[in-house]
Design a protein around this ligand. Structure first.
Ligand code: ASP
Ligand code: MG
Length: 406
């Protein structure tokens, strides 16, 4: 029987009715003659509330205990979904990540999957059961429960699909497809029917929420095609992420953004050792910035850019790492990034288009350019404005599908 892995995100399982809806979807797939593994996220905003509870109790909770706590969110969903499927008369069994043989590195709150030994999953599929798996978690070689970082359930799904030799991996959320920009911000954002792993990786790394970046890397390595779908409109065409189509040098894939970004600004005027000192302190505290760039603001400064929410109490950790304050280093909060992704971003026209958009901003703080993505750091309340302006510049003529954009 072909194996299909279906992953359901937090909003798809936010309440009992939605869990029942998901159960129907899973049962339909099973009844169509497939072996089904359903990977689930925690219900709605459960992970955020668990995190908030933890920091109310201890402003810098230990990452081990945090993993013990956060992994419970997914576990609740698995048991409820399993019960919902059983109520529809189909055999189902729920598992934690560790029961599924998801082996990870030892780094709490941001563990990497190193191996999957899905024997129990395979055995249960063999008996005809639907297997429900708690996403976002695994177990380290030290037998500790670990979590995979925010959005990590996607990675669980792709890793299991690879380990089981699944025919298909489907990612269900409240939006069926990846778009050229967030359709909630840019009303005429276009649906992307096919994107390559590299395009998706860049979109995900720079804030697109449909699929987590780690999961895309996994899919690329294993050569697995990933299909995005809407839980609420399962028949709507989604996006396929796979090696084809070959990238077209003239294309811009999309515009994406992040909010809740935080930067440590370090002045690097000649003769100033602050930069080295700060870098050392951050390294020792295991704080790895997402990017480092030179700031635009008066004079010479380096910006170490972090994404808030990536770790519990990032600000607290940075403050602690920097000690009582280092001359020449300051924390900037309330920032965001806007990124244009695509092979065309390094062309002259693309640069002109985004420079034109930047001129209308009061405060671009820094720019980070790589061959396939250009990221602008701005204050948070300019993020949506810049997304709209850049999208207009990159997709000027209201066409509606990806093919015509390429
Ligand atoms: N529940 C976790 C989160 O909110 C993992 C996930 O949903 O993928 O980040
Ligand atoms: Mg997600």
């Amino acid at each position: 029987m072909p194996v299909i892995v279906q992953k359901f995100g937090g909003s798809s399982v936010a309440d009992i009715d939605r869990i029942k809806l998901v159960a129907r979807r899973v049962v339909d797939t099973r009844k169509a003659g497939n072996a089904v593994v359903a990977v689930v996220s925690a219900m709605g905003k459960t992970t955020d509330s668990l995190m908030a509870m933890a920091t109310q109790i201890n402003p810098t909770p230990s990452s081990r205990e945090l993993d013990m706590l956060l992994s419970v969110g997914e576990r609740i969903t698995t048991a409820l979904l399993s019960m919902a499927i059983q109520a529809l008369g189909v055999d189902a069994i729920s598992f934690t990540g560790s029961q599924c043989g998801i082996m990870t590195s030892a780094s709490h709150s941001n563990a990497r999957i190193v191996e999957v030994r899905p024997f129990r999953v395979a055995d249960e599929l063999e008996t005809g059961k639907v297997v429900i798996v708690a996403g976002f978690q695994g177990t380290s070689y030290k037998r500790e429960i670990t979590t995979l970082g925010r959005g990590g359930s996607d990675t669980t799904a792709v890793a299991l699909a690879a380990a089981l030799g699944a025919r298909q991996c489907e990612i269900y959320s409240d939006i069926e497809a990846v778009h050229t920009a967030d359709p909630k911000v840019v009303l005429d954002a276009r649906k992307l029917t096919e994107v390559t792993y590299d395009e998706m990786l860049n979109l995900a790394r720079h804030g697109a929420k449909v699929l987590n970046a780690e999961a895309v890397e996994f899919a690329r390595r294993a050569g697995i095609a990933v299909y995005t779908r809407s839980t609420f409109k399962p028949d709507a065409e989604g996006t396929v992420i796979r090696a084809n189509p070959p990238p077209d040098a003239s294309s811009v894939t999309g515009v994406t953004s992040r909010k809740g970004v935080l930067a440590v600004e370090v002045s690097n005027v000649a003769g100033n050792d602050d930069e080295k000192v700060v870098r050392g302190l951050m390294e020792r505290a295991d704080l790895s910035p997402r990017y480092v760039c030179s700031g635009f603001g008066g004079g010479c400064a380096d910006l170490y850019i972090f994404q808030d929410g990536a770790a519990a109490d990032l600000r607290g950790r940075i403050t602690k790492a920097l000690g009582g304050g280092i001359e020449g280093a300051r924390i900037l909060e309330g920032l965001g990034t806007v990124t244009v992704v695509g092979d065309a971003v390094s062309t002259l026209e693309a640069r002109r288009a985004w420079m034109g958009c930047l001129e209308n901003l009061s405060s671009p703080l820094g720019v980070i350019a790589t061959p396939n993505a250009v990221t602008v750091l701005v204050v948070e309340d300019q993020v949506d404005l810049l997304v709209k302006a850049l999208h207009r510049a990159c997709f000027p003529n209201g066409e509606t599908d990806h093919e015509s954009v390429r």
